[in-house]
Structures are given as C-alpha cells and as structure tokens.
Design a protein around this ligand. Structure first.
Ligand code: ME8
Length: 520
C-alpha cells in the first residue's frame, strides 16, 4: 500500500486556547532538526505541524473572550502559532488546522469507513473528564488536590478537579485491538521509543483496553459525525486524523502512499493517544501504523512541568529576542537528552551560549577566516602534503560524521551534537598546538602554514554542513564566508567530511555576538 519512500515527520498539533511557550517550541525544533537532517541526507523529508482547534477547551476559552471558537482560532493561529515557526526557524512543509475543509471532509470519510465496518456502536459512559487534557480519567490518573482543591481528587497534569460526565455517545471498539497492539510493540521494538515510554505503553495495554467514547452531543464545536449530525467527533479522535488528512488520505492517494507512514514526535503527556489509540484506529481502518512514536521528556521550570496554566510558561521570544533562534535551537537540543526531562535555566543557557557557541564555535570560525585573510590574502590554500596532525583532524571529521548520522538514526539528537562538538574541540586544540601565527613569522614555514589553514578550513566546512540542521542561520553565514558553493542546507550531511574548500574566504561577522544584557 505505501511505498515508504519518504521521511515523513510530525509534531503534535497544538491547542489554540493559549499562545505557545518554550515546551511547544522545543517539540517543533526537535522535529525540524530531524527533518532538516534527513533532507540533507538526500531523502524526501516532509515536516508537518499545525493546530488543534475543536473541543470544549477551545470553545470555553472563546466564549470567555466573547468571540466564536473559529474567530478565536483564526486569531491565535495568525498572531501566535504561525509566528512561532519563524521565531524558532522551522522549515515545515505543511501546516494543518483541524478546521481546514481538507481535514474535516477526510476525517469524516475515515469515521464513516469505521462505522460501516462495524467498529463503532452506541453506548453510555459516566466518568471524570479533564477538559484541560480533553480526556476521561481513570481513578488511578487522579491525585490529591492542594490549595483550594484540598480534599478533592484532581488531574495529575493540570492540578484541577475533573468534571463528572454522563453521556450517551458513539464508541470505538478499541478493546478488541489489545492483542494486535501488544504484538506490534513486541515485533517492532522501535515502534514506541524511548524504552521507558515503550515499557509504560506495554504495561498500560496489558491491563486491558476499554472502548473509547468518540462523540459528544452536549456542545457542537467539532466535526459532525457523518451519519448523525446531533453529535460532534471527540476532539482527540478528530485531531489524530490530521496526520493522514494532511498527507493526502481520502483525496490524494499518490501523495499518501509516498508519505505514509510517519514518525511522530510528541511529548510524553500524549504518548498513549499516539501509541495506543492512534494505531488502534489505523488497524481498524486497515491503514499501516506509524513508523515510530517518540515521546520526549518535559521541560521543567522550578522542578515542575512548565505550563501556562501553572504560570511557569516562558514565551520562546523571551529567549530568541536576546540570544537568537540558533541559540534557542542549539541549547535545547544539546542540553537535554532527547527523551528525558530537562530543567531550563537562564544561567545554563547563558553559560552554554558563551562557552560553546560564542567561544567554542564562533571564535574558531572567526579566527581561522581572519588568518586566511591576513596570511593568504583571503585565498584558501591548496595543499599537497599533510602531516599526521592534519590527518588526525581528517579522521575526526569522518568519525563524527558517521557517529552523528548513527545517533540521528535513533533520534538521539543530543548525542549527534555531542559527537559533532568533538570536532569543534579538536579543531580548537589543533589551532592552539599548530600556532599558525608563529608559523607565519618565518617564510620557511610557508608550506606548513598553508597546510594548517587548509586543514582548519576543511574542518570548518565539515562543521557548517553537520551543524546546519541545528543552527541554520550561523552555518549559512559561515558557508558563505568559507566560499562554499550553493546553500549549506543542500550539502549532503552523510558526506560532510568530503568538502575540500572553496576558492576564497569572505569576511565573517561574529556568529554568536557577545551578549551584555542581563536576562531572566
Ligand atoms: O496535547 N515540555 O496539545 P498541547 C516539553 N492538541 N514539551 C511540552 C511541554 C513541556 N513542559 N508543554 C507542552 C495537545 N509541550 C493536543 C495534541 S496531537 C494529535 C494533539 C509540548 O497544545 C509537547 O509536545 O497541549 C506536548 O506533547 C504538547 O506540547 C502538548 O501540546
């Protein structure tokens, strides 16, 4: 059915009840780095992101603000969610909104298909519903409230009490897919990653799955159930379908077969929806399950999951206005092991900016280029003979290219960057040891000086290509200054070390300028 020729990667589609914070930007950046990496590997990479606009949470927010839910969604999408992509430099291929006609029509097709195949029935349900999560909660999902909610059971994520709902709805026979899901996790251990996420999902499914209520009749902000327009589709059932409606399901078979299946990058808060409900829906429809679901960790502020509702939200622009989008991308990808929780701190961000980006990488580039200008009139030397020290750098280039490629293969973005940074460190050590400024003092050392500068230039070219998915702006400037041909983002990343140098350098402004202002 699918030719699987593409690398199709998605972020969650975010709720438009509020503006984005750095947690959302973190997911966007991770997916974007992976998409850019795969694009630079010569693959047909396709990055999808978008917004989740139906359901009670959005309806209530809009009503409280005196506008219709569609007006509210339009406003937030245009003023906050699309601008986020520019703020952190996301190169997405599509942006889907669940209010797009292409989504609504094809989501209905999917639903009708499941209904016709007998996977949906009418039933009744009573349970505790968290509007923040848009999910019925089991007693084991609730915790003891604090503050104004002492003595009550509250949602563990939102810290507010749930609402007791009793509804007559349509249900999806999810319980019948437990064994198939367990077989899927068993046969394809990479389906849910990292390992901690996989274990959690397996033990959840082993407890037995319930059927899923997939419609609501108490409000009407949603996609109409095709055979009964007194019901709207449950917001999660609607939202998950974005991954296929955007990829052509129901309206562009060629595109769908080229793109599907996808790799889903999500926060671990919504892992079960993606690793349990979503594949069950696809199995029911006879569509291939996703290639992988990767549940990353939480950004913590003051030891707690950062969130707007708990007033710990930080806007991405608070960081990028001072440090720039490259630094944002680098910091979160480097400082946090992808898949684990990580604490954000302004001190750590400033320290890494200064020592790793400005001093480690930026200064290296400026110094080497300045020396080529000064000692070689800007012409990049062509050298016949290299010493052992030069060859060692060559070896590092090849080794880190391979190590980073391997790390990206299992979504270990932090490991890929750490591997690349070995080249930054080795090049700095190499320049210190070779002392080109000392060689330049004696014309008898000319050949050696040229070999050192040519080696350093090649190393910088390799770095520009390897770091382009992470710090696209700095590496584009560096590539131009190095005299590289074409765009750095078009260079093959798996062969980054093959670059041998352009004809001439051009002046390079500081890649990561000194930041004087106090932040935080
Ligand atoms: O759940 N740390 O949307 P949402 C890291 N609409 N990532 C975080 C984070 C944090 N502190 N806070 C949020 C929804 N995120 C649904 C998704 S998909 C079919 C529907 C990120 O706006 C992380 O990716 O609540 C998390 O999974 C997502 O935002 C939740 O976004």
């Amino acid at each position: 059915m699918s030719d699987g020729s593409s690398f199709y990667i998605t972020t969650p589609i975010f709720y438009v009840n509020d503006v984005p914070h750095i947690g959302h930007a973190y997911t966007e950046v991770a997916a974007d780095v992976l998409a850019r990496w795969h694009r630079q590997s010569g693959e047909d990479a396709w990055l999808l992101t978008g917004t989740d606009e139906h359901g009670q949470k959005i309806l209530r927010t809009a009503t409280a603000n005196g506008v219709t839910p569609k007006e509210w969604a339009d406003r937030l999408v245009e003023t906050a969610w699309k601008p986020l992509l520019a703020t952190v430099d996301i190169r997405n291929d599509d942006f889907i909104r669940t209010t797009d006609v292409r989504h609504e029509v094809n989501a209905q097709k999917f639903l009708q298909h499941l209904y016709d195949a007998g996977h949906i029935y009418t039933g009744e349900y009573e349970g505790f519903y968290c509007v923040g999560c848009e999910e019925y909660k089991q007693p084991s999902d609730l915790i003891e409230g604090v503050g104004e909610y002492v003595g009550q059971q509250v949602c563990a994520i939102h810290s507010i009490p749930c609402e007791l709902l009793h509804e007559k709805n349509y249900f999806f026979r999810m319980s019948t897919f437990g064994d198939q899901l367990l077989a899927l996790y068993e046969e394809n251990p990479n389906f849910v990653q990292p390992e901690s996420a996989r274990n959690e999902v397996i033990s959840f499914v082993k407890q037995g799955l319930s059927d899923l209520s997939i419609s609501r009749s108490s409000f009407d902000w949603g996609i109409k159930v095709p055979w009964d327009d007194s019901h709207v589709v449950y917001v999660w059932f609607d939202a998950l379908l974005n991954y296929i409606t955007a990829a052509g399901y129901g309206h562009d078979d060629e595109k769908f077969s080229r793109l599907w299946p996808a790799t889903h990058v999500v926060g671990k808060d919504i892992l079960r929806f993606h690793a349990v409900i979503w594949p069950a829906m696809l199995l029911a429809a006879g569509i291939e399950v996703p290639r992988q679901v990767f549940g990353h960790g939480w950004l913590l502020v003051g030891g707690e999951k950062m969130s707007k509702s708990k007033l710990t939200g930080i806007a991405p622009s608070q960081i990028t206005d001072t440090f720039g989008s490259d630094a944002f991308r680098y910091y979160f990808m480097r400082a946090i092991s992808f898949g684990q929780d990580g604490s954000f701190s302004w001190e750590d961000l400033s320290a890494r900016y200064q020592s790793e980006l400005a001093n480690g990488f930026g200064n290296l580039a400026s110094r080497v280029i300045a020396m080529v200008v000064r000692y070689c009139d800007g012409e990049i030397p062509v050298v016949g003979e290299f010493s052992d020290a030069d060859e060692l750098i060559r070896g590092t280039e090849k080794r880190v290219t391979d190590a980073a490629t391997l790390a990206i293969g299992h979504l270990a973005i932090h490991e890929a960057i750490a591997a690349i940074w070995e080249l930054v460190d080795d090049l700095n050590g190499y320049i210190t040891a070779q002392e080109p400024w000392a060689l330049a003092k004696d014309p008898a050392n000319r050949a050696r000086l040229e070999a050192v500068l040519a080696t350093a230039m090649r190393g910088l070219g390799t770095l520009a290509v390897l770091l382009s998915p992470v710090v696209p702006q700095a590496t584009a400037k560096l590539w131009t200054a190095l005299g590289g041909s074409g765009l750095v983002s078009d260079q093959r990343i798996d062969r980054a070390w093959e670059w041998t140098g352009g004809p001439r350098v051009s002046p390079l402004e500081a890649l990561f300028p000194r930041i004087e202002a106090t932040v935080g």
